[in-house]
Design a binder for this molecule. Sequence first.
Ligand code: S3P
Length: 431
Amino acid sequence: MADRDTRVITPPEGVFTTGVRVPGDKSLSHRALLLAAMAEGESRITGLAPGADVATTLRAIRRFGVKATRERITGLRWMAPDDPIDCANSGTTMRLLAGAAAGSAFRTTLVGDESLMRRPMDRLAAPLGALGANIETSAGGVPPLVTHGGRLRGADVVVDLASAQVRTAFEFAAIQAEGASTIDGPEGFRDHTERWLETFGLGERVGDGKFRVDPGPIPATEYEIPADPSSAAYLWAAAAIIDGSQVATPGVSLNPGRLGFLSILERMGAEVQAEITGAIHGDPVGVVSVTGVGLTATEVSGALAAAAIDELPIVAVLAAYAEGVTVVRDAAELRVKESDRIDSTVAMIRSLGGGAEPTADGFEVLGTGFLEGGIVAAAGDHRIAMSAGVAATGANGPVTIEGVSAAAVSWPTFFDTLEAVWSSRSTDRAG
Ligand code: S3P
């Protein structure tokens, strides 16, 4: 029986060509809100991401006494929040906020929804602890996450995960410390925070994967949020599935840590054009155009897996439409995202009539060149819901998505945009 949180997607007919301005970048939106909240004075933001996760960060900074709307934030010295802060489904909110709050001499308790309460937060304990903050989690390293900070002192840390969230949490705390800090670790992460801090004179890249933070006042400034490449990726994939189709997306973040999916698209045979047209606070932005010309299987591992981590469910969809076996490895982090994305991705492909196998740190997809269609459970995960929509692009029959509202976490109007793209013949439209 169809309920209100189900959507039936009927595959398109024919090729499509269009240009789409996709919504603002989620990672950069969280960072702009938090940096503006820690600055002294008024910052302006344009193009903030529309989804529920960023609204969660906006609500969270208000709990510290910060006056904030989506466009205007008046930063100040944070005041103690009276109750635990609800980070809902947003791991980025919880981890980045823990770092920012670690500079304040009060306790902050962070909780979330059922999914977030299962996600690992103990990865913050060592780096923030090195600065002198006290970080507590529940048994098993999961929330509630309690930070108790205050007088932080600079420290040199090495992390073993290519996690932008862990690095950003450390850097947000380290800006508030006495003395410089460094963080060193594997590459592949999105270095948005480091590029912004560098242009603010608050740090410097000092080696591959190594960054020094120089504490100091954070400037109140203007943030122009570029379009989100992780959202654009769904539309690029749709174009890649149908030979001769093309989707162009202007104003997208082209941070190197976000380009993994474009490399994978190219390796799989799609025609990719990316041109840097500018930079915002040192972080490159540009236009990307993807044209479908047939797909072949590929292998994804190492730093490439890290730089495409949020797009790996879409890689599985493309792999089903390709010829040959696609292997994704070194992506064990997928197990601790909004769902266990190894299991939920494999289940999605199988539900649609494709062949996929989970592995400890990734998955394999047997490309047959087609998918039948079927019923996909979104598993409470926005990226699974949207990937299932993209899977419909070349399917032989309809795709029914159960729990489709999960997409609202990052792109509430995604399915309307996808259907508009499918029916477009060379017109520009907004996402
Ligand atoms: C993000 C970093 C990545 C990514 C997440 C957003 C960020 O997570 O998967 O969607 O904004 O810093 P990790 O830092 O856990 O790799």
